[in-house]
Design a protein around this ligand. Structure first.
Ligand code: ADP
Length: 260
């Protein structure tokens, strides 16, 4: 369970990215965070695994007070929280399985990880993770030979291999075409439902967010302006979240979808 209690985040340059956030996210929820660019979505997600420190309030993850963690406790805590990025964050000049195997040796420098000799049990776990996202047959292919969608699935497999309770996803489908985006979203949904892993996703594509997420959190200027079931989100609510710019956002999304 993730609990934000009166959480505020002000960056060192004075930008107030989050104001007075109060949220409770239960284990196993699939939450989409939506809102205009600059609204604070990414900051909200990144406070959960302490990429960013909160400025005031309390943030609890399974009763752990995140702000109070230090040193190796932060690293240990982060092992339970997978993170997926828009840019995949893979080493493209090596094989798929090597990219998944790095999740088993978090403390080593990257070059040691990639030249490392891995235990058989790690290799089996890595192959199982690839199987869960449907790309077992690509295990020994170099990542740069894969499509964007397949690369995002490798990133998802790498996160799964770390056996997380929570997956944070920051615009995971932003650079994918609509068909591939849905394939990746299907993976997220299956992982969420079958493995009871919470998914908290910052996502630009509102239509897809409403289709896949159970719960939608709308952020505007650092504040939660909507929090409810995806089925409750109306055009009026979207206008509120997007500060009256919803029609323009929608047109832009449709245009982008037509081009890719
Ligand atoms: P979103 O993910 O909704 O686009 P962000 O969380 O990235 O929004 O940003 C929220 C606000 O905080 C914006 O005004 C942004 O410019 C600012 N911001 C984000 N990261 C930093 C940073 N590292 N330093 C200063 N300001 C930042």
């Amino acid at each position: 369970m993730i609990q934000f209690m009166n959480v505020t985040k002000t960056y060192t340059n004075g930008t107030k990215a989050l104001s007075n956030i109060n949220l409770t996210i239960k284990q196993g929820e699939f939450v989409a965070v939506i809102g205009l660019s600059g609204a604070g979505k990414s900051t909200l997600i990144r406070c959960i695994n302490r990429i960013h420190d909160i400025s005031s309030g309390t943030l609890l993850v399974d009763e752990v007070d995140v702000a109070k963690l230090k040193g190796r406790h932060i690293r240990k805590f982060r092992r339970r929280i997978g993170m997926i990025f828009q840019s995949f964050n893979l080493v493209t000049r090596t094989t798929v399985i090597n990219n998944v195997l790095v999740s088993f040796v978090p403390g080593l420098p990257l070059w040691r990880k990639l030249t490392g000799i891995f235990h058989k049990e790690h290799k089996i776990k890595a192959l199982e993770a690839l199987d869960k996202v449907g790309i077992l047959d690509k295990a020994f292919v170099r990542v740069d030979q894969l499509s964007g969608g397949q690369q995002q699935r490798v990133a998802l497999a790498r996160t799964l291999a770390q056996n997380p309770d929570i997956i944070l996803a920051d615009e995971p489908i932003a650079s994918l075409d609509p068909v591939t985006a849905r394939i990746v979203m299907d993976d997220f949904q299956r992982i969420n439902k079958e493995m009871d892993i919470s998914v908290i996703m910052n996502i630009h594509h509102v239509e897809i967010a409403l289709e896949y997420a159970d719960r939608v959190i709308g952020i505007r200027k650092g504040e939660v302006v909507f929090d409810g079931e995806a089925s409750q989100v109306t055009q009026e609510i979207l206008q509120e979240i997007y500060g009256g710019k919803w029609e323009a956002e929608k047109a832009e999304m449709e245009e982008q979808a037509a081009y890719v």
